[in-house]
Design a protein around this ligand. Sequence first.
Ligand code: SF4
Length: 363
Amino acid sequence: MTVTATIKPDLAGLLPEDAEAMLKQHFAERGQAKYRAGQVAKWLYERLASGFDEMTDLPAAEREALKEKFELSSPAVAKLSRSVDGTAKHLWRLKDGELIESVLIPTPSRLTLCISSQAGCAMACSFCATGWAGYRRQLGAGEIVSQYRGARRWARENGYGEISNIVFMGMGEPLMNPKSLFPTLAILNRGYGVGARRITVSTVGVVPGILQMAEMPEQYRLAVSLHAPNHELRQKLIPLEKKYPLPVLLDALRKFDEAGGKRITFEYVMIDGVTDLPGLAEELAGVIGEFNAFVNLIPFNPIPGTDWQPSKRARLTEFVDVLEARGIPAAVRESRGRDIAAACGQLRAEATEGRKPVQMGSI
Ligand code: SF4
């Protein structure tokens, strides 16, 4: 006889309208008043309860019944690291023991949360420690949303205030996990009230996902990790370039751009003697000049296993000047949380120390 385990619906990963319908049905079946569903929704979306036991305005029997029927994803904090600059990194342990990270980045005007969409990453970009560690598994929508719920709760309790922006720039390539990413966007937007323009999906160029985002009515932001203005250099940094070469990627971005009002941010890693060579800034301007774009230049963050160094200050300034002279707004994005390995490309660096990169271009 085969015994099949019942998978309980995870309230953290359900679309708000589905959660509401299921809760209403659950309470109706139990002969409970309709307002019970609203009580749970308040605990879920406003008070950010991490478990049913916290829902103290429900009778104990109802809390037990909810536990029987539903999950509420709530990963444990395996480690919390706080940088001297205020950046706070949570290492979350999921139910099956997988570890993922999210990073809170405070500035005077905003509090940004950087979240993970996969455990590990299969993209193997040569400048990124997450990629070197390899891919573990997809995250469910509830596991992605619960990073937001946990980090937001922690931020409230620790004087960081409310999260204003969310960026999918943690571990993983979000558009390689569309089954969880797209519901997550809707849950954050409609359930937790995070404005679509305050949510940025960052991709190394997964063309089908970009095309899907172009068709969405909500104006979610897109950040494209370009890192090189031509196919030859880009394929040495980003293996996915072989599957979706630059011209194909640019075509998809045109469609996203044509959908209107959706500014694209281009991320460009500045590696000394690799991506900052003379002429590359001009070439970059030529490639992205047609878009309503902004360029973030990210000085390479040292990670174990490579001799690469960040570009010199003078090169960074020169790049910004060339782009701006061509009418493309650009800025150097100061790295935050380097001391706790929370900066771009450093997530999971500690766990992979001593490992050799799995994909190194012959640069
Ligand atoms: S840069 Fe992004 S897509 Fe590339 S390996 Fe790192 S996490 Fe994956």
